[in-house]
Design a binder for this molecule. Structure first.
Ligand SMILES: Nc1ncnc2c1ncn2[C@@H]1O[C@H](COP(=O)(O)OP(=O)(O)O)[C@@H](O)[C@H]1O
Ligand SMILES: [Mg+2]
Length: 307
């Protein structure tokens, strides 16, 4: 399937000379949920702004639905709904009008039936005549999503949808994203919450200092995540793993004081008890044992380094 968004060697240097994006390439498939994970200042909003045609790239190109976002701005912008990081809208306008006007601003025909459907799906219908300033924070965020969906976009960008949001609202947002995906919308969200990326994305991209450091299927990350290690502290340091244990994929630490066995956390303890008996039978005694598991956080921290 051709990518719905194709980002090639994208760079952005702001007028003050700051390089916010460095040679970013990324293909996004129709219907997937991709999370761009990175600390504040990583370049996430800059990347989204360029794809949405709000900021101009200083190098590289972006195609949305096969059209260039600079040359074919009107077409590509029409395919995209954007929920910005900052809630910017007229707080005195009613919910219904806010969403309906937004559709008009995107050059689409007035369609009250569709607006009703969108408001109902976001449980905003009862609030349709309320001014935005009368709504709770969570409801305001829902209105922003309704606005972004009002012109029936193929692609939805959610820039930090749950930053500064309480736990129950975060769960509700995740649920909402899942429901939207079921309608076939491609969703790109940015976040600096590791668990958020892990919870709702099909793929995770890690971005830092304007560089895309890794893009990977969540399942593949989970497999890495599922790696466990059994560590045995030896009573006496060894020079090498005894030949009697060569059938097992064991590693000796550099100082010879630990034997390490890596296994898949999902695979029924990886035959640990068998290994322990074999080690004992080989005459190796240990003083302590521990297991450890790599997490997405470990991967993130090791990539981000300075955080
Ligand atoms: N208009 C601008 N001029 C100069 N620097 C900017 C501008 N907008 C953003 N930046 C800088 O670019 C970097 C990336 O910003 P941004 O894309 O907003 O990051 P994120 O969304 O990941 O927090 C930051 O260091 C920010 O200060
Ligand atoms: Mg941002």
């Amino acid at each position: 399937m051709p990518a719905i968004i194709s980002i090639k060697n994208l760079s952005k240097t702001y007028a003050n000379g700051f390089s916010a994006l460095k040679n970013v390439s990324l293909e996004i498939e129709k219907g997937e949920i991709i999370a761009l994970l990175g600390p504040n200042g990583a370049g996430k909003t800059t990347l989204i702004s360029i794809v949405c045609g709000i900021a101009s790239p200083t190098g590289g190109s972006v195609l949305v639905g096969g059209h260039d976002v600079v040359q074919d701005f009107r077409h590509t912008r029409g395919m995209i709904g954007l929920v910005p990081q900052e809630l910017t809208t007229d707080m005195f306008e009613t919910v219904f009008n806010t969403v309906s006007f937004s559709r008009g601003l995107n050059g689409k025909k007035h369609d009250p039936v569709l607006i009703e459907k969108i408001l109902r799906s976001l449980t905003l219908w009862d609030k349709r005549d309320n001014a935005l300033r009368e709504l709770s924070g969570g409801m305001k965020r829902r209105v922003m999503i309704a606005k972004a969906l009002s012109h029936e976009p193929d692609i939805l960008f959610l820039d930090e949808p749950t930053a500064g949001v309480d736990v129950s609202l975060r769960k509700e947002m995740w649920q909402l994203v899942e429901e939207l995906r079921a309608t076939g919308v491609t969703i790109i969200l940015t976040t600096h919450y590791i668990d958020e990326a892990q919870q709702i994305a099909d793929r995770i991209g890690i971005i830092n200092h304007g560089e895309l450091l890794l893009v990977e299927e969540k399942q593949a990350l989970m497999r890495k995540l599922g790696r466990k290690e059994l560590i045995l502290d030896l009573a006496t340091p060894l020079d090498a793993i005894p030949a009697a244990l060569s059938d097992y994929a064991l590693t000796l630490s550099e100082d010879g004081r630990q034997i390490i066995y890596g296994y898949d956390a999902g695979s029924n303890h990886g035959g640990i008890s068998g290994i322990l008996s074999a080690i004992e039978a080989a005459g190796v005694s240990f003083t302590d044992l521990a297991t450890r598991q790599t997490s997405l956080e470990d991967i993130f921290v090791s990539l981000i380094g300075d955080k």
